[in-house]
Structure formats: structure tokens, C-alpha cells
Design a protein. Structure first.
Length: 256
């Protein structure tokens, strides 16, 4: 039996999961990202989340991070759980060439998502991660990461309206069931919600142009389920895409 603890350190949340080679994901959780928390505090939280899953049964810890201040703390936690250094996944490598300059500047989450999507299809694919930020990335038919786009997520868009105006209030972003807003609140919701959807669609169109055809689109991230019904193209929702990519990366590392 092989069990791995996958940890993705994001700007808003830290996603965790325990993957069993025979049973798949046997537990998935999320913690708030807080750079002031110590390694000991994170260790207590993670051990508590594991519950009945004995840390002694873990064979490996695999980590990706876009929060450099937290990476050392979670690496220490991982080492404390299994007695050896975790595998940190970042570009380049793991069987996915990266056309990005320099390659190591590509965010680990984007790299891991692209790796997972390529292994899902083994053909050209567009990856949309709709969360704190929106990233739209392209992998070509040769399995190369060829580039992408980074844009603000809905909460950033809503907050920008408050910071840049004198009277507009902060309205939590949503996708209202109306064509146009008939109050300031619903007007902001329409502008932010449907404006975000339109931005994602335009960026996917650009990714298709770079690939040369309308490749499959995979969605992940906190807003992916919300926007999926409104997109003008079919898409596949993969809520665990990043965690799946970490397990794929671990498999690739073992194969080496």
C-alpha cells in the first residue's frame, strides 16, 4: 500500500489530501493560508485533520507552493510526519517541458494543473483556474506548456471598485439571475460576475488561437463550478486537479 499526503499552498487556502494507490483520495481538506502561523501550529492542524488516518502509514509528502514564506514551515511539517524531506514540485521537469522565461518563474500551481490536465487527455488542453486570481494556460499536442494569462479574480474586481470610487460599496461577487442590474448592488454583481465570465471566455479564445484549434477546457478553482453553466463552450470540472497533479508528479519522480 502506498499513501501520500499532497499539500498545495495557495494564496487563500492550503489544500490537502491523502491519496491511496488502491482507493484514490481517502481524505481532502482545506486550511486558511496564514503566514504568521508556525510550523508547530500547522502540524497540529494537519494531524487533527488526518483523524483516523495514521501518519505512520504515509509513504510520502508532496508539496507545491506559491507562498514562499510558508514553504519552509510546511516542508518541516512534512518531514516531521514521515521522517524525510517532502518532494517539492515546481517547474521545470516532471515530464512537462515549459516554454516560459525563465521556466522556474511559472507558478507551481499552474505547472501542476497543466501536468494533471495533460495526463487526463494526452492531447492539447486549456486549463482554467478560477479562484483568487484567474489563470488560463495552454498545453499543446506535444505536451508542452506554451504559455497563459493571469487576471484578477472576482473578489479583486469587486474590491477594486471600492478602492477606485467615492460612493460604490463593496458587494460580495456573485452571478445574479438577471440581464442588467436595477440597483447599485445588482449592477455591481452583473458587472463583476458576468464581466469575469466574459474575461475567462476571451482568454480561452486566445489560448485556442495559440494552440491552433478548440482544445478541451478543464476548470478548477473556487469559482469554477459557478461559472461553468454560463460559459459558451463545453468544459470539464476537475475540483481536485492540483492535488491530482501532485500525485502524478510524485509518480513521475519515482519513475526517474
Amino acid at each position: 500500500m502506498s499513501r501520500r499526503l499532497a499539500i498545495d499552498i495557495g494564496n487563500t487556502h492550503i489544500k490537502l489530501g491523502v491519496h491511496d494507490t488502491g482507493a484514490g483520495w481517502i481524505g481532502k481538506w482545506a486550511l486558511s493560508t496564514e503566514v504568521r502561523r508556525t510550523a508547530d501550529e500547522y502540524r497540529l492542524s494537519i494531524v487533527s485533520l488526518l483523524g483516523d488516518i495514521d501518519a505512520a502509514t504515509l509513504n510520502q509528502v508532496v508539496i507545491s507552493s506559491v507562498v514562499p514564506l510558508l514553504t519552509p514551515a510546511l516542508m518541516r511539517v512534512g518531514k516531521g510526519l514521515i521522517g524525510r524531506h517532502p518532494l517539492e514540485v515546481s517547474p521545470p521537469g516532471f515530464g512537462l517541458p515549459v516554454r516560459y522565461q525563465p521556466p522556474e518563474s511559472l507558478g507551481a500551481d499552474r505547472f501542476v494543473n497543466a501536468l494533471a490536465a495533460w495526463h487526463l487527455w494526452h492531447e492539447s488542453v486549456v486549463v482554467v483556474d478560477a479562484g483568487t486570481t484567474a489563470t488560463v494556460d495552454a498545453v499543446n499536442a506535444e505536451g508542452e506548456f506554451i504559455g497563459g494569462a493571469i487576471a484578477p479574480g472576482p473578489h479583486f474586481l469587486a474590491a477594486a471598485l471600492v478602492r477606485g470610487t467615492a460612493k460604490l460599496p463593496y458587494v460580495p461577487p456573485s452571478i445574479p439571475d438577471c440581464t442588467l442590474g436595477q440597483s447599485t448592488k445588482t449592477a455591481i454583481q452583473v458587472g463583476v460576475g458576468y464581466g469575469f465570465i466574459g474575461m475567462v471566455e476571451a482568454l480561452v479564445d486566445r489560448a485556442w488561437s495559440a494552440i491552433g484549434h478548440k482544445a478541451p477546457v478543464v476548470l478548477t478553482g473556487g469559482w469554477s463550478r459557478r461559472i461553468q453553466p454560463h460559459l459558451h463552450f463545453p468544459s470539464r470540472l476537475q475540483a481536485n486537479l492540483t492535488l491530482d497533479g501532485l500525485i502524478i508528479a510524485a509518480d513521475m519522480d519515482q519513475a526517474r
